[in-house]
Write a protein that binds this ligand. Structure first.
Ligand code: ATP
Ligand code: MG
Length: 769
């Protein structure tokens, strides 16, 4: 294909063009943020299809978030004159779900298997721990859930985990019991989607050959964040003669805490005998000041493969830095700036507010909400995670699969039906002994409780009967009414917002139906050459993203089942009406791969960003810095950084000093809206923050040098007689204070732990009022 003549290739620089048109071998594109990696990957798909090198059904592309997958499909839709919705483009989880829907029988799953989200998983683990009569204090459900997910991500089933001590032995027992429970209930968690797919591909040669033959081109975005299991999964799909095209950026590796391995990049080069490694160095996304900030920051990391980015755009606006007195003031400032940007013509959807931890979104959300500004939150406390929505979804899930015990327990007595804890215990015992589901065990409970349970079962059956053949919207409306949920919230004092959310669920379903094309003609894509390659047939590609007919029967799962899957997989984007122009709120992790005209990075405080959990080790700090690099490089035109002197988090007021990252940014690119207060000395330890001398007025040329009498590493000013909290020693009172700056020491009486001397540049102390 001649490059110059092809409109697809017209807007590529020479390196990008070389990457897009590489021969069908394995390739690695290693390049910094905004250099066009995703654009190259998308264009390559379009080019391969357009030039007839592969049919749309022969491409598999993996992205990192649902939002990114959608954007890729949209872009492809504009490049190719064919329907693209049926293409295998999605997240690892989305693709696995699709695979397992098609091969549920081979995978040993019920046809209508449901997906547990992170919260469901923790409550499922909690039930197992209870059933095993173990102490929840010792076996914390959330931690056990992490252990299980971690094991699965290493590809380890319970029998594969090496048991070194008693604690691990118990954890493995819980893991096993949890697996049995999931299997019984017909549910899978996120990690299971991957592991199940991996095992099926590994153990079933016919299936493996089929898919290896089918997907001639496998393309992976954000390759630096694949974990061991995902990498092994890719190796199974990549058969002989296929091409794996991986793009990534080692500086944006931010999932090490979930087992992602940058090492996969060098493994890939070696194991796949990668012939082509292409680097892209020109950034097309951001103005110079933003890029300078990103480059300078990341240069503080030592473990890098090393590359730099340049731009031909001008410097643009300086990066604005704001210091707020409180988190509320910070949110207010963000709001005002965002409004200003909007007035000047920036669409709200081009304004992103980023934060390091989910908990930070609450204040931002309520500020936007009170001002009546539409916003949308990605990740975090999502629409589909709200209690009333989960109740409604539980009823809907029971229609699909009454043996889903998680859903059963959630609503069996909600709204109340006189089913008490004793009755439920009896029911759970009966289910456990017989190895059956709760729904199936109702007969084993005698008396009034048993009768109430039977009535609940009858209600579920009646709803299923009554909704047969209805549209998704009608099904949901019926269930909201018949279950008593709507009445319940109508009578509840604070129920209005919840009722609105339930209405919103109906809207979400409606939007889903239109988007996914249910009820419209599903357009079949051309199927490629491998038809009939394996016994149970190839799932014909249909124009329904992530929804595939059963491989054996050809039956397309019901819109309800599809919607429930969507609800579990998707971070609900429903705070704002679909299509409404809304400000985008998300964690930095969720922002990966995305770009916005204007970006606010909030909460830039020591302990928050970089996160306190990461401060103690070198790798942790480097990962935080990569995270900050990701955050900065999301911005096209304007970047705003803010921190606050005080912040309410987890019910406590914290006094914070600004993040060390400010000191790692080039001064020429910054503009301090509030005056920058000079740190003391070179050491971390000693920046001023709350409790320092009055801030210098903005017009003062030289920032004031401030020497507080004694400050902690967090810049908190301390006095004798003050009560403080220490992570390890608990509550104590300051007896003596000595020295200053990096040498400041305090003698503190910690009661039970006795008198201790602590170096304030190291110790973490929080004052207690
Ligand atoms: P990240 O590392 O953040 O995922 P990336 O390397 O994937 O970034 P893209 O998102 O593909 O980068 O591209 C960044 C921006 O630059 C996009 O808006 C893209 O359309 C634009 N862009 C990329 N290449 C070119 C080009 N050759 N000409 C004009 N614009 C380009
Ligand atoms: Mg990208």
């Amino acid at each position: 294909a001649s490059a110059s003549g092809n409109p697809l290739l017209r807007h590529l620089n020479p390196e990008q063009l070389a990457a897009v048109t590489l021969p069908a071998r394995h390739a690695l594109i290693l390049a910094g943020a905004g250099s066009g990696k995703t654009r190259v990957l998308t264009t390559r798909i379009a080019w391969l299809v357009q030039t007839g090198q592969v049919s749309p059904a022969g491409v598999m592309a993996v992205t990192f978030t649902n939002k990114a997958a959608k954007e890729m499909l949209t872009r492809l839709g504009t490049m190719l004159p064919i329907p693209v919705r049926g293409m295998w483009i999605g997240t690892f989880h989305g693709l696995c779900n699709r695979f397992l829907r098609a091969h549920w029988k081979l995978a040993g799953l019920p046809q209508s298997f449901q997906i547990l989200d992170a919260q469901d998983q923790v409550s499922a683990v909690r039930r197992v721990i209870k059933a095993m009569n173990l102490d929840e204090e010792r076996y914390v459900p959330k931690q056990v859930a992490w252990f299980i997910a971690g094991s699965k991500e290493e590809g380890l089933r319970p029998r594969d985990v090496s048991v070194r001590d008693e604690q691990t032995r118990k954890l493995v027992e819980i893991y096993q019991a949890y697996e049995d429970q999931c299997q019984r209930e017909g549910v899978v968690d996120f990690a299971e989607l991957l592991l199940r797919t991996y095992e099926l591909m590994r153990d079933n040669a016919a299936l493996r050959e089929h898919y290896q033959h089918r997907f001639r081109h496998i393309l992976v975005d954000e390759f630096q964040d694949t974990n061991r299991l995902q990498y092994a999964w890719l190796k199974l799909f990549a058969g002989p003669g296929n091409s794996v095209f991986a793009v990534g950026d080692d500086d944006q590796s931010i999932y090490a805490f979930r087992g992602a391995q940058v090492g996969n990049m060098s493994d890939f080069e070696r194991e796949f005998h990668v012939e082509h490694v292409i680097k892209l160095e020109r950034n097309y996304r951001s103005y110079g000041n933003i890029l300078d900030a990103a480059n300078e920051l990341i240069s503080h990391n030592r473990r890098r493969l090393g590359k730099n980015l340049r731009t031909e755009a001008g410097p643009g606006e300086p990066v604005r830095v704001y210091e707020a007195t409180s988190d509320f003031a910070e949110a207010q400032w963000v709001l005002e700036e965002a409004q200003q940007l909007h007035r000047e013509g920036t669409p709200r959807s081009e304004i992103a507010i980023l934060y390091r931890s989910n908990a930070q979104s609450r204040v931002l959300e309520s500020t936007l909400f009170n001002a009546g500004i539409p916003y949308r939150v990605y990740g975090g406390l999502r629409f589909f995670e709200r209690a009333e929505i989960k109740h409604a979804l539980a009823y809907l899930r029971l229609l699909e699969n009454p043996n889903d015990d998680t859903s059963y327990l959630r609503v069996v007595n909600f709204p109340t039906r006189g089913i008490g804890a004793r009755t439920l215990e009896q029911l759970q015992d009966a289910a456990r002994t017989s190895g059956r589901s709760l729904y199936q065990s109702v007969g084993a409970v005698a008396g009034k409780g048993g009768a109430n349970l039977a009535a609940f079962n009858a209600l579920v059956d009646a709803m299923r009967e009554a909704t047969r053949g209805l549209t998704l919207r009608e099904i949901i409306e019926h269930v909201l009414e018949a279950s008593g949920l709507q009445d319940y919230y109508r009578n509840e004092k604070e129920g209005r917002e919840r009722l609105e959310n339930l209405d919103e669920l109906v809207n979400a379903a409606e939007a889903f139906v239109t988007q996914e094309g249910f009820g419209k003609d599903a357009v079949a894509l051309p199927i490629d050459e491998q038809a009939g390659a394996i016994a149970d047939g190839d799932p014909p590609a249909v124009a329904l993203a992530d929804i595939v007919p059963d491989a054996e029967t050809g039956e397309i799962i019901s819109p309800l089942a599809a919607f429930l899957t969507h609800a579990a997989l998707e971070a609900g984007d429903n705070q704002a009406q679909a299509g409404q122009d809304a400000i985008q709120l998300m964690t930095v992790h969720a922002a990966k791969g995305l770009e916005f005209d204007c970006v606010f990075i909030t909460g830039l405080e020591e302990g928050l960003f970089p996160h306190e959990n990461a401060l103690s080790d070198f790798d942790g700090l480097e990962e935080e810095r990569r995270l900050m690099y990701v955050a900065i490089t999301r911005a096209r035109k304007r970047l705003y950084l803010s921190h606050s002197q005080t912040r309410m988090l987890h019910g406590q007021t914290r006094y914070n000093i600004r993040s060390r990252f400010f000191d790692e940014l080039p001064e020429h690119a910054l503009k301090w809206i509030t005056p920058k207060v000079q740190g003391f000395g070179g050491g971390r330890g000693a920046q001023s923050g709350w409790g320092s001398a009055p801030a210098t007025p903005p017009w003062s040329a030289a920032p004031a040098k401030i020497e507080p009498r004694v400050a902690t590493s967090d810049g908190v000013a301390l006095r004798v007689g003050q009560s403080v909290f220490h992570n390890k020693f608990g509550e104590g009172m300051i007896v003596t204070l000595e020295g200053s700056g990096n040498d400041a020491r305090a003698q503190i009486n910690f009661g039970r732990h006795g008198l201790k001397w602590l170096a304030l540049s190291v110790a973490k102390l929080t004052p207690i009022e």
